[in-house]
Write a protein that binds this ligand. Sequence first.
Ligand code: M6R
Length: 612
Amino acid sequence: MCGIIGYAGHRPAVPVVVEGLRRLEYRGYDSAGVAFAGHDGLHVLRAKGKLAALEERLAGEVITTATCAMGHTRWATHGVPAERNAHPHTSNDGRLALVHNGIIENYQEIKSRLTAAGYVFHSETDTEVLVNLIAEKRKTAPSLLEAFAAALREAHGAYAVCLMDTDAPGSILAARMSAPLLFGLGTGENFVASDIPAFLPYTRQVIFLEDGEIVRATANGYEILRLADLSPVQREAQTIQWDMQAAQKGGYRHFMLKEIFEQPRVITDGLAGRLDNAGGQQACSVLLPELDDLPVPERLHIVACGTSYHSGLWGRHLLEEWAGLPVQVEIASEFRYREGLALGQKDMVLVISQSGETADTLAALRIARERGVQTLGLCNVVGSSIAREASAVIYTQAGPEISVASTKAMCSQMLMLALMALYWAQRRGSMDSQARQARLSQLESLPALLDAALPDMHATARQLARKYAQADSFFYLGRGHCFPLALEGALKLKELSYIHAEGYAAGEMKHGPIALIDPDFPTFTLALDDTLFPKVRSNIVEVQARQGKVIALSNPGMDLSVDDLWLVPPLPAPLAGFVALPALQLFSYEMADYLGKDVDQPRNLAKSVTVE
Ligand code: M6R
C-alpha cells in the first residue's frame, strides 16, 4: 500500500527519490509524486499512472539542485487514481507538503472542522486533511515538530507520513503508526522509506521505527522521538545483509519469473542451519531454536491472508498428520472480528505474512496477544511489524520478493511449516525417527529436483497457456494437501491474467459448481500420485461427462485420460506440493504474459496491504 521515501543529504535529491520510488513501485502504482525544496520554496510535481508518467513530467521541469526531497507512489484508498489525489499534498498556505501511507479513519470529522475554519480541499484524500490539520496546529504550537505531533495525536488509524516545510528546506519529519517506516542512516545523508530497497544503494544501516515514533532528519543528524511526549528514543541501527542484486531482475523478463526460478535456492537457504545430523551422514532432527522456549501448543490457530493463508491451509495437513496437533486456519480479516473466538491459554496463534505488515494479519496477532495467547510470526521481511510484535518469529529467508504476486514466499512458508511440523513431532514423539529422516531427506532432495524440472515445466506452462488463453473462466480442483494448491492456482490466475478462476475441493464440485461446466470452461486438476488419486480421477470423469476440458497435473504412470496431461516428477505427498506449486505459478505467469498483462504489477493490487 503506497510507497514513501524521504531524503535529506548532499546529492541531487530528486533523482535519489525517483530511483527509490522505482524500487517501491510494487507497493502501489496508480499515481506518483515528489516534493523538493528549492531556493524559492517547496515544489510539488505529481502524475496519474505509473512512475514513468511522473518521470515524463519531471523531464520537462528544471529540477533545482535541491538536496532534500520526498516522494510517494500510491495505491488508492480515498479518491480515484487521479493527479489531484496523488501525493504529496500541500497545506492551504503552501508551506507544508505531506506524503502518507495508510488511512486516517476520522478524517471526515477533522475535515468538517477545518472546512468550517475556512480550509479548502482540492482532493478526496485523508492526507490533504492531515496536512491542513498540521498547518492549523502550527498557528499556535511552539514549533513545527509540536504541531506535527499534535495533529498526529488527533488522527486515528494507520499512517506512515513524511512532511516537508518551506521554512526548513533541508529537513524532513516522519512518523509511523501501524504502517511500515524505516530510517536509513547514511554518511552525510539520511533517509526514511517504506521499505529497505528504496535506499539500499546508499546505506545498509537501518533503524526500524516503532509505532508512535517520530524521526526528524537532516543531512548530518537525526533524532527519534516518542509521539506521546516528544521524549527521545535511543535505538541501534542494524546492518542489512542482502544487496541490491537480490532486488533486481537478473536477466529474467519479470521479477515473478525470477522469483519462481529462485525456489530451489529458497529451499536450500531455508534448510541451512535447520537440520542436525548428530554426527552422521543423514539429517535426523530439525533445529528451530526460535521455538525451544515456547511450550508445544495444545491447539494451533493459523491466521493469514491471500497466498499466506493458502500456505497455512497446506501446512495444516502436515501439522496434523506429523505432529498430531489440532489446527485451525482462518483468514485474518474474519478472525479479527470473530465475536465468539475461543482461544485457550495453551493455544498458539501462528500468523503468516510475507511482508509482515498486512493490516488484518497484524490486527489478528494483536488480538491474540491481548488475550494472553502465545503468538508466533512466520515472516519474510526482517524487522517488520509482525516480526517484532509476535512472541517469537521464524524468518522464511526467501529474500526480497518484488513481484506483487507472491511465489517464492509461499514456497518458503511451506518449507518452514514442514520444518515446524517435524520439530513439534520430535518434541511430542508423534513420529518415529525413521519416518522423520525420510521426510528430511525428501526435503533435502527438493532443490536439485526442482532445478532440473523447472525449465521443462516452464516450457509446458507456455504451451498450455497459449492453448487455453481464450478461456473466460477456469476451475482449479484438488483434494487433501492439493486443495490449498488449487486455491492458490486460481488466485494466481485471476490476479495476474484477470481470468475468472475458482479453486474448489474436487469433491465439492458436484454440490453446485459443476453446473458451470461446458466445453468453454476448462478445469485444471491436481491429480498427483497420492491416496486420494482415485477420488480425484472420479471427479475428473464427472467434469468430462459434462464436456468440460481438463488439464491434469500428475505424475508419470498414473492411469488418467484428459485433454492435457502435465507430468511432473513424483514426490511423496504432501511434499509433492513443492513441485506442483511452481507449475501453477508458471501457468499463470505465462497466461498473463501471453495476454499482455502487467505481470509484476497487476491492476488494482499492491504488494503490502497495510489497510483493512
Ligand atoms: O504479505 P502477506 O503475506 O501478509 O500478504 C498477504 C496477501 O496480501 C498476499 O499473499 C496476496 O494475496 C498476493 N497478491 C498473492 O499473490
